[in-house]
Design a protein around this ligand. Sequence first.
Ligand SMILES: [Mn+2]
Length: 311
Amino acid sequence: MAKKTLLITHTDLDGISPVILLNLAGVKFDYKSVEISDLLDTWNKLIEEDELKKYELIYICDLTAPQEIYDYINEHKLNVKVFDHHETHLYANVYDYVDVKVDYRNRQTCATELFYIYLKSIYNDLDKESIKEYVDYVRELDTYKFTSEVPKEIDALKGTYGNKEFIKTITRRLKKNDTFKFTSFEKRFTKVKKQELQRYLEKKEKHMFTYNIDKHNVGVCFAELNKSELGNYLALKHPELEFIILIDASSRISYRASRDDVNVAEFASIYGGGGHKLASGSSFTDDDRKKIIESYYKDAKEIEILVDTED
Ligand SMILES: [Mn+2]
């Protein structure tokens, strides 16, 4: 059996677009798309199940790999190439098979762009206008620097189609067309979705609380959906507030700012979190959730009941 290529990549648009690029290059490969926090587990499982040796080449994209993974790669002399743009990953540039850049040609870059530059130098077929355009859209979305609405529309389609179907349909489209185009159905769908989002943002804004926390004037909102759109919308609309706190009670807390004088990473670190200057997060634990239940229902006592989750 001929050896194959393995791609280990992130789950977002910048993570799954490398899958599309390998499809377009005509490479025979398997891929795993994982959350950053699951990378090490995924890697260790590949080792345990003796899977790694099935591959003659392994790409890792859009994920910050910990030193442990590099130690293994170096010790076993695996043929690996890494493409990423996270600051926390710059340390790995000491290895000649790693390409981590935060900026490229005087602007922020993304994993898809770095991977594309590399693949294009090997597979001439990729040097095509539609693919170039698509990679630019992915970069704009991932670095939040927009010149049009198209990147957000592409990302919304990814959410609607689901990753597998999205990869299939975009691969086919980029192969066939000279420029990147939406179908007429997608155009109509996107318009309706946008109107829906606008109503959602306005509704959330009405339910925003304002607080002073640790000497900062902030807006606080509860939200489970469209958090980055919402955080951005509220931060831009309310320059009188230093930043916006979005509490996703079933998951985590996000901090968003649009002002240069604010550093939400610092604020988040007080609460055990971290991130970037304008976008950070901290965790919201089961203990926090229980506190809410128990402060609302004064007589609540937690009990153990076996729940049958099979359906
Ligand atoms: Mn990325």
